[in-house]
Design a binder for this molecule. Structure first.
Ligand code: ZN
Ligand code: ZN
Length: 201
């Protein structure tokens, strides 16, 4: 059946013969493409607006007052259904431009709602997997250390560890000396344990 349709872009009436998909709404592929381009531009404007009104810029990780997905990632609503854009991807597009197909935007800081451009990097699916595994391993390694209950050192040892840290030895090296895990040393370094032990500067 041939229907008379009004083109959604140029508003010209045309006969729809259902042969071409775009002819459901547009009189020509030119009108179809133009409307897609306009729609893309519209999304990008809304994306920027939502981003700027919810982002909290600072020296470290950037905060986010907007929508947050169940998995903890920030989301931007660029209007219309199915136009939810992941915050860190939106930030990349706003600061650096289009993301090539099949590329992932990853966090250096592991803070899912952070969108600071300097905390983001672009990678492949493989980089994404490698990154998740290494972050997972890091966490696991630390949990293991805790479960081993290796929390027993003397104040003197804690002091010595702090001195060695100050001397520039890393967690693995110091861990070997005291027969403790890297995470155990790391907790002392970050002040999660033995915070009250001070060494002379
Ligand atoms: Zn048209
Ligand atoms: Zn960050």
């Amino acid at each position: 059946m041939i229907l008379k349709v009004n083109c959604q872009l140029c508003k010209v009436d045309f006969l729809n013969n259902h042969k071409d998909r775009y002819k459901k709404k547009y009189c020509s592929s030119a009108c179809h493409h133009e409307s897609m381009r306009a729609n893309k531009q519209d999304i990008s404007i809304k994306m920027k607006r939502d981003y700027e009104s919810n982002v909290v810029k600072s020296d470290g990780c950037w905060g986010w007052n907007g929508m947050i997905r169940k998995d903890g990632y920030g989301v931007i609503n660029a209007g219309g259904h199915n136009n939810k854009i992941l915050l860190h991807r939106a930030s990349w597009m706003i600061h650096f431009g289009e993301i090539p197909k099949k590329m992932f935007i990853l966090h250096k800081c592991d803070n899912h709602i952070c969108s600071a451009p300097s905390h983001l990097f672009i990678g492949t699916q493989q980089d994404n997997v490698t990154d998740m595994i290494s972050k997972g391993r890091r966490k696991q390694a630390c949990l293991k250390g805790e479960r081993n209950g290796s929390a027993t050192i003397t104040e003197q040892q804690a002091k010595e560890i702090k001195i060695l840290l100050k001397d520039g030895l890393n967690g693995v090296q110091i861990g070997k000396i005291f027969n403790k895990s890297r995470c155990f040393i790391s907790k002392i370094k970050t002040g999660k344990t033995w915070k009250h032990i001070k060494i002379e500067e």
